[in-house]
Write a protein that binds this ligand. Structure first.
Ligand code: PGA
Length: 251
């Protein structure tokens, strides 16, 4: 069975008190989710937000990033083991903001995926093309390359633990959502790519999220597409009413 997921990526927003308040409001507004709700707060809030959400069925905790080494002299970094020890179950890897601002490249991301899986974290692996790639119609090839480089070295049993998030960069934080047809086209292409490598059963069961300016108004149509299994939500995840409406749009 393919898991339906809405993940809320808070990015670098909310101090501790605000994070507790946002979590409280989300728990109040989100009713009986039809899939998993994954909350991705900043590192300092993971433990307490995690404790708050654990009491609710189908709520899970994710970190937004991790370092690829287990431990050592890497000032300012956070390891997979640390994340697990404060309750994280998922970790976002390869978000376009990490790729762009922190120069994280495919080989490093593949390493992070390996370490996350080895420590028992499920990667939410992001892929997506910039605008100039979309404009010359090479987006499917571009995203295929990212997925092959980041994930296709995995054994099937590990690959099945990964959640893929397709996030066209031109749609992130811009208010410009991909149309449901654009999302479906890419998600279907990703599933075909997976089927070629890991077989049709694995491809059918893979969760592929759409991300990029998902709102309460656009979620239902996006999630109604046959290959869109939920969303990775940035801006709207900071607004409890909007986030609840997006969760309610899960099919
Ligand atoms: P957005 O962010 O919903 O604010 O566009 C999505 C993301 O970056 O995961």
């Amino acid at each position: 069975m393919r898991q339906q997921i809405v993940a809320g990526n808070w990015k670098m927003n909310k101090n501790y008190e605000e994070a507790v308040e946002l979590t409280r409001a989300i728990l109040e507004k989100v009713e009986k989710p039809q899939g998993l709700v994954v909350i991705c707060p900043p590192f300092p809030h993971l433990r307490d937000v995690g404790k708050m959400i654990k009491v609710r069925k189908n709520f899970h905790l994710a970190a937004q990033n991790m370092h690829h080494e287990d431990k050592g002299a890497f000032t300012g970094e956070v390891s997979a083991d640390m994340l697990v020890s404060v309750g994280a179950e998922f970790v976002i890897i390869g978000h376009s903001e990490r790729r762009e601002y922190f120069k994280e490249k495919n080989p490093l991301l593949a390493q992070k995926v390996n370490v996350a899986l080895a420590r028992g974290l499920r990667p939410i692996f992001c892929c997506g093309e910039p605008l100039h790639v979309r404009e010359v119609d090479t987006h499917v090839g571009y995203v295929s390359k990212q997925l092959k480089a980041g994930l296709f070295h995995l054994r099937e049993e590990d690959f099945r633990k990964v959640v893929i998030a397709y996030e066209p960069i031109w749609a992130i934080g811009t208010g410009r959502t991909a149309s449901s047809a654009q999302a479906q086209e890419m998600h279907a292409a990703i599933r075909i790519l997976i089927a070629r490598k890991f077989g049709k059963v694995v491809a059918d069961e893979m969760t592929i999220l759409y991300g990029g300016s998902v709102t309460a108004a656009t979620a239902e149509e996006l999630f109604s597409q046959p290959d869109v299994d939920g969303g990775l939500v940035g801006g709207a995840s900071l607004k409890p009413d909007d986030f609840a409406a997006i969760v309610a749009a899960l099919k």
